[in-house]
Write a protein that binds this ligand. Structure first.
Ligand code: SF4
Ligand code: SF4
Length: 98
């Protein structure tokens, strides 16, 4: 089990609602997300205060594919993420199929 599975397992045990889980994600990792510095992050994403796509899932905006900078983000290393382009492909959890 890697860090991502361990952390998600810990949070799941708390039995929180989806909204509370998402709030927890934002509280714990929101400030470390560097999506706003990514070439793909556009005005729509900015206006919706989007980010943390690796945990919250896809963007509601129409983002044009470019180089994803997730591997440079602290959250990426802290959680042993394996994927990228979460804003268009979905969350790490969805991509791992767990
Ligand atoms: S890994 Fe990517 S989506 Fe996740 S917090 Fe970092 S920059 Fe944002
Ligand atoms: S998930 Fe990756 S590609 Fe998407 S905005 Fe964040 S850094 Fe850029």
């Amino acid at each position: 089990m890697d860090k991502f599975e361990e952390k998600m397992g810990e949070i799941a045990k708390e039995g929180l609602s989806e909204d509370k889980v998402n709030k927890r994600f934002l509280d714990d990792w929101g400030d470390d997300c560097i999506c706003p510095d990514c070439p793909m992050y556009n005005q729509c994403a900015q206006e919706k205060y989007e980010g943390l796509y690796c945990l919250l899932g896809k963007s509601e905006c129409n983002l044009e594919e470019d180089d994803c900078i997730c591997p440079d983000c602290d959250v990426f290393g802290e959680l042993d993420l394996k994927y990228d382009l979460f804003c268009i492909k979905g969350s790490e959890k969805e991509l791992r199929g767990i």
